[in-house]
Design a protein around this ligand. Structure first.
Ligand code: ADP
Ligand code: MG
Length: 249
């Protein structure tokens, strides 16, 4: 069954056609990778899924819900979470606080966050956040200030902040960008584990072919704003169009 269906999406920035008639179908439970050279339109496409950009034309359906025109928090409430290319965390707060905030927001709505003491004293929220930190391997650092974490750990924290909201669809924009090989492998393990445990559908934008071929059940190749090839990893690997566009011929 399809969880996300993208049809005829176009997006221009002035004279530049960043997305040119994009059609995409994401199956429920899949790990669907979107690859393509720099500037292909990958982040623009993801931005159209989460309310950061509105396509000029086309439709984006999440089940029966059209995501176009919804606010970012409405899309989030519908069950779509996103991990950004640059981690978006609360740098001055502890790891535990960072995870408690989205936990509370999910249960009580964003308005609950206006009263910080409520968040801080809520035992249920605290327990849930601690479990989540344990899941991603950060519980021993729960009292540390988020800014003091390594790049890899910041990404894990951001992932925990997304997962605690129990999304149906998780969007990851270059989840291993700038990571060491060891951190990259840890992230691959984590994403594989999360997939099997929770049945969350994942869309991964990724540059690193090692990550793509370790994780993806399906790959779409974007070049100059258009999907030029699509299929299982083994088919994509040998596709000459992909090699030409992605690997530079
Ligand atoms: P990718 O993520 O595949 O590297 P992007 O989606 O970031 O590519 O960008 C696609 C194209 O759109 C690029 O040529 C980029 O310069 C352009 N672009 C992206 N965002 C904007 C914007 N806000 N304003 C103008 N041009 C943009
Ligand atoms: Mg990008």
């Amino acid at each position: 069954m399809e969880i996300l269906k993208v049809q005829g999406v176009n997006k221009a920035f002035g004279g530049l056609r960043a997305l040119d008639d994009v059609n995409l179908s994401i199956e429920e439970g899949a790990v669907h990778a979107i690859i393509g050279p720099n500037g292909a339109g990958k982040s623009t496409l993801l931005n159209c899924f989460v309310g950061r950009l509105i396509p000029d034309t086309g439709t984006v359906m999440f089940g029966d819900t059209s995501l176009i025109g919804l606010k970012a928090h409405e899309i989030n409430q519908a069950g779509v979470s996103r991990v950004f290319q640059t981690p978006e965390i609360f740098g001055d707060l502890t790891l535990l606080e960072n995870v408690m905030i989205p936990t509370m927001a999910k249960r009580d709505g964003e308005f609950a966050l206006h009263c910080w003491s409520r968040v801080d004293q809520d035992a249920e929220v605290r327990d849930k956040a601690l479990h989540m930190l344990e899941d991603v391997g950060l519980v021993s650092k729960k009292g540390m200030i988020a800014n003091s974490l390594s790049r890899g750990d910041k990404r894990r924290l951001e992932l925990a902040m997304c997962l605690v909201q129990e999304p149906k669809l998780l969007l990851l924009d270059e989840p291993t960008a700038g990571m060491s090989r060891a951190d990259t492998n840890n992230t691959i393990d984590l994403l594989q584990r999360i997939g099997s445990d929770r049945g969350i559908t994942k869309v991964v934008i990724e540059h690193d072919m090692h990550v793509v071929f370790s994780l993806a059940s399906k790959i779409s190749v974007l070049a100059q704003g258009t999907v030029i090839a699509e299929g299982k990893p083994e088919d994509i690997k040998g596709d000459p169009r992909v090699q030409e566009a992605y690997l530079g011929g």
